[in-house]
Design a protein around this ligand. Structure first.
Ligand SMILES: *Cc1c(COP(=O)(O)O)cnc(C)c1O
Length: 235
């Protein structure tokens, strides 16, 4: 137990230092970058060690796993980020747990979120996932679809979109990742130029264990880091 806590605190400190260094290199404020600790590989006990070490933002990519951990850790009240593909039939049970949905990847999901939020009298905070790498296996809107998506956002009264999410190609080099992240930032800037009034796209969720430093240099405001936080653990 103590060993687990020490290891997690140590890994967390290392990742935080790398985040701080990347922010400094690119002349950005550390406060602009939120670390989302992705707990999908570990059980609730390990996730709790992260909370104890001061990491409040946790991410999961599967609904059932999120529900289970949200129950187990309810007393510690983490801010849950849902970072995976969310099927429409899981929306109703997932939305009450999460503070941000990172991967809004279809019109039908946006519509379902709006409808469930209306029925349950809540609001949903979301990012739109864009397929920046062109991997056909990836979810997300094509960049070319985004102007129309952004124009439609004021029609969603209960779904509040704060920015974009993207993933680098799984097979690419770090330079490829940098280009993918730059593409997402430039797309965001273009979209802002034509966005309806009151639409803000400040958040850029990009970067994972292998490429989060590059992502921060390219403007990430949220990095989703899993494996780097669990190094040296038997998970
Ligand atoms: C698993 C996952 C991560 C974290 O990946 P690591 O490489 O372990 O840091 C980030 N984002 C998404 C969408 C994921 O599914």
């Amino acid at each position: 137990m103590a060993a687990l806590h020490l290891r997690i605190a140590d890994n967390l400190a290392k990742v935080r230092q790398q985040i701080a260094d990347a922010a400094q290199r690119s002349g950005r404020e550390l406060a602009e970058v939120t670390l989302v600790a992705v707990t999908k590989y570990v059980d609730a006990e390990v996730a709790r060690a992260l909370l104890d070490a001061g990491c409040r933002d946790l991410g999961e990519s599967r609904p059932q796993e999120l529900w289970r951990k949200a129950d187990a850790l309810a007393d510690a009240a983490p801010r849950w980020h849902f970072i995976g593909h969310l099927q429409r039939n899981k929306v109703r049970r997932t939305v009450p747990h999460i503070s941000l949905l990172h991967a809004c990847d279809s019109r039908r999901l946006l519509d379902e979120l709006e409808s469930v939020a209306g029925e349950t009298d809540t609001e949903v905070r979301a990012l739109i996932e864009v397929n920046i790498s062109g991997d056909t296996s990836k979810h997300g809107f094509q960049p070319s679809e985004m102007p129309e998506v952004v124009r439609s956002l004021p029609g969603y009264r209960r779904v509040h979109v704060y920015g974009l999410m993207g993933m680098a190609s799984l097979t690419g080099t770090l330079d490829d990742a940098r280009r993918d992240f730059e593409r997402l930032r430039l797309l965001r800037d273009q979209l802002l130029d034509m966005a309806p009034e009151k639409i803000e796209l400040n958040e850029l969720s990009m970067g994972m264990s292998n490429d989060f430093e590059v992502a921060i240099e390219e403007g990430a405001t949220m990095v989703r880091v899993g494996s780097a936080l669990f190094e040296g653990l038997d998970v």
